[in-house]
Design a protein around this ligand. Sequence first.
Ligand code: TIU
Length: 223
Amino acid sequence: LLKPRTVAAQPFDYPFAIGRTALVIIDMQRDFVEPGGFGETLGNDVSLLQAIVPTVRRVLEAWRAVGGFVVHTRESHAPDLSDCPPSKRLRGAPSLRIGDEGPMGRILIAGEPGNAIIDELAPIAGELVIDKPGKGAFYATGLTDELTARGITHLVVMGVTTEVCVQTTMREANDRGYDCLLIEDGTESYFPAFKEATLAMIRAQGAIVGWTAPGADLIAALA
Ligand code: TIU
């Protein structure tokens, strides 16, 4: 698992070893991907996000097959909202606010049906699930300690949405010294232009935030 490998990525090759790398799948939960969840309450068309599920699954299965470590995150809050800043709950004019009762249970609350990771990508034994109250996966979570304990230095990132929780997590990770690769067809936004802009800004200036590559190129590097 420590064999040096390379993904043909942008803006240049991404070197990694499976044993030092975590596959991080951001917020592939019903709240964002299915109608009636948080994403839709904000006024978004959630069908766009469903299109990446087969690719995310293909990459996840390939990563599992080589014995790589997997982290799943969920954006979620405690039932008493003690970890939800009022600014987050009160911002804007959503059709339902965080904590309100929706068709999949209380919006963005841990343990509710809508907070579950979709069946196609459900975690299996040995995979880490991080519940995060913020957009970034490092804020107010134990993620750094979990990665450090496993000797992880590199993150391969997929999930939703590209410019919100994915980009925030990559920027948090980059500042903590992780080398991050974003899978281009394993991430999506409610706003296609925001996805494209995010991919471009991540890899600009000599990979100022990280690298990007198609899922097939990561899978090829695992052979
Ligand atoms: N609204 C939006 O685009 N995203 C979020 O609120 N959370 C995540 O990106 N997971």
